[in-house]
Design a protein around this ligand. Structure first.
Ligand code: HXC
Length: 519
């Protein structure tokens, strides 16, 4: 074959691979408002940075005449590229090829990028759009999934793993995204479930739509499976790019420092009066977060789930930080099963990837009741406690207002190896709030007072006595549990100074095979 012909053959083959399952499939994808695998990769990576692997791989199945349905590249596009100049490995399932269903060779392609990402220490981003295991391949498809899952497990805590769902993700295939650090879903066309509506109907008799069973909003608000939800595929991909900017490429790296023009000593006068006079009145803790971080930029994780705890990424003085804050605006900021799970997972991610934690505390305690106890609030709360106590990254805590009981301990108290603990003058650090404490301590005396007016007077007196002792930060500061009481308007400066001081922090855990946190 002449040289020109060989080049033409290569270009023809590349062209064939680039249209995946064919133009008809691409058109169908577009009609449904979906992008193709290659369009998604183009949006995700810096322009012109994508280097593709395995364009010429085809499946090896001959069952059911499958050799007649063979496509170059099979149902996944794989390779590496950059996001704002930083290397990431990527795979994008191609629904136009047999519904993106996973074959043995597709699994090998995905495993190849995962293995290389591990060798060079770069994040792996998977864009999912697939009908699940390729039915014609039987056990080989299942084995392929298992190979991927094992790599997800080995890569966990070594390189960041991010999944996005842009179509179906059903059956056991949900477990690869579930093993990764973050799941993104777009509101259009994405769904995740273990068993589809038909099986649900057969087994439980329940009638449910695909969207109600596993749509993006279900997982963003009810199950907490989705960490981020985007209006469109484009905006979802932009948020993935944003997230990558906050995190290091692997567990041996520090998170990238960014240049900022935001002065570290910027005073925020309004913070001096942000805490309401009435201790039971709510305020929005996100106003405080936006005021203290660089340029007010905060990337919230799990924005729509367990809203009583706010978690997310920001920069402070150019450093990446993970912010964890009780939210008085939702359920008074109480801790419960879901917020504990949310907090624990976030703290562990930050700790695994060397991202310092900034904790803002205003917590009245754990939510009481059978609903919580029956759902295992003891175990879930213990996860959050464990995560903070285990974390060795720099930990800076600011108590804004209430910090009561077990929740005080969980929220990065000094004895959980938090490094620097500040409090605002409005802080109240105690075993419980005044009214609860008086009920317990004065129960017998209260029973003996029959006159309602006299009773109210007695309660008010006792509450005052209790509040004088505990409704302030100085009692805790007296014991050194609080390192300093700071002016709220100066919080940004004090936290950044603390983070700078802790940049060379080294702390360790006893040798062990692995921990046994209360899962
Ligand atoms: C082989 C598949 C396939 C699959 C879809 N296709 N899923 N081929 N194996 N799992 C093929 C279809 O035959 C069709 O081929 C093409 O992909 C497009 O599919 P459509 O059905 O036409 O598309 P749509 O109407 O958009 O429906 C999408 C869908 C549906 C909802 C995903 O295809 C579907 O229900 N698929 C099966 C889902 C499923 O049950 N998967 C197995 C889950 S169990 P042609 O040639 O007609 O274009 C599992 C176990 C994993 O995954 C365990 C891991 C531990």
């Amino acid at each position: 074959m002449a040289f020109e012909q060989k080049i033409k053959e290569l270009l023809d083959k590349r062209g064939e691979a680039r249209i995946g399952g064919g133009q008809k499939g691409i058109d169908k994808q577009h009609e449904q408002g979906k992008l193709t695998a290659r369009e998604r990769i183009a949006l995700l990576l810096d322009e012109g940075s994508f280097e593709e692997f395995d364009m010429f791989v085809t499946h090896r199945c001959t069952n059911f005449d499958m050799q007649k349905k063979s496509y170059l590249g099979d149902g996944v596009v794989t390779g590496y590229g950059t996001i704002n100049g930083r290397m990431v490995y990527v795979f994008a399932q191609d629904f136009t090829v047999l519904g993106g269903s996973l074959s043995e060779t597709m699994a090998l392609k995905i495993c190849k990028v995962m293995d290389q990402a591990m060798k060079v220490g770069a994040p792996v981003i998977g864009l999912n759009d697939s009908g699940g295991a390729r039915i014609q391949e039987g056990i080989n498809a299942l084995a392929g999934y298992a190979e991927i899952f094992e790599r997800n497990i080995l890569a966990s805590g070594v390189v960041p793993q991010i999944s996005a769902i842009f179509g179906p993700c059903a059956g056991g295939s949900v477990y690869s995204p579930a093993l990764t650090d973050f799941i993104f879903m777009s509101k259009q066309n994405s769904y995740m479930f273990l068993t589809g509506p038909k099986v649900v109907k057969t087994v439980t008799g329940e009638d449910v739509t695909v969207d109600k069973l596993g749509g993006a909003m279900v997982h963003a608000t009810k199950s907490g499976v989705a960490h981020f939800v985007g209006e469109t595929e484009e905006s979802t991909i932009q948020t993935i790019r944003e997230l990558v900017g906050f995190i290091p490429s692997n567990n041996f790296e520090e998170a990238p420092m960014v240049a900022t023009n935001d002065p570290i000593d910027r005073l925020e006068d309004h913070l001096n009066s942000i805490i309401p006079e009435n201790p039971n009145e709510a305020y929005d803790v996100k106003d405080i977060i936006h005021a203290i971080v660089d340029d007010g930029q905060f990337l919230e994780v799990h924005e729509n789930w367990a809203k009583n705890l706010v978690v997310g990424f920001a920069h402070m003085g150019g450093m990446s930080v993970g912010v964890v804050a009780n939210q008085p605006k939702a359920m008074a900021g109480v801790l419960d099963c879901n917020s504990s799970r949310k907090g624990a997972r976030f703290v562990r991610f930050c700790d695994a990837f060397n991202i310092p934690l900034v904790t803002l505390v205003d917590v009245p305690g754990f939510l009481p009741g059978t609903g919580q106890e029956y759902n295992g609030v003891i175990n879930h709360g213990a996860k959050f406690l464990y995560a903070y106590g285990e974390a060795t990254v720099p930990k800076v805590t600011v108590t804004l207002r209430k910090s009561y009981g077990g929740a005080h301990i969980v929220m990065s108290c000094k004895q959980l190896r938090s490094d620097i603990n500040y409090a605002w003058p409005t802080a109240q650090i105690a075993v419980m709030g005044a009214s609860g404490a008086i009920e317990v301590l004065q129960g017998r005396a209260l029973k003996e007072i029959t006159d309602p007016e006299e009773k109210a007077k007695f309660i008010a007196e006792k509450e005052k006595e209790y509040n004088d002792l505990f409704a302030n930060p100085y009692n805790a500061a007296k014991y050194g549990y609080i390192d300093d009481v700071i002016e709220p308007r100066n919080t940004r400066f004090r936290v950044i100074r603390a983070l700078q001081a802790l940049q060379t922090k080294k702390d360790s855990l006893p040798m062990k095979k692995h921990c046994n946190l209360p899962l």
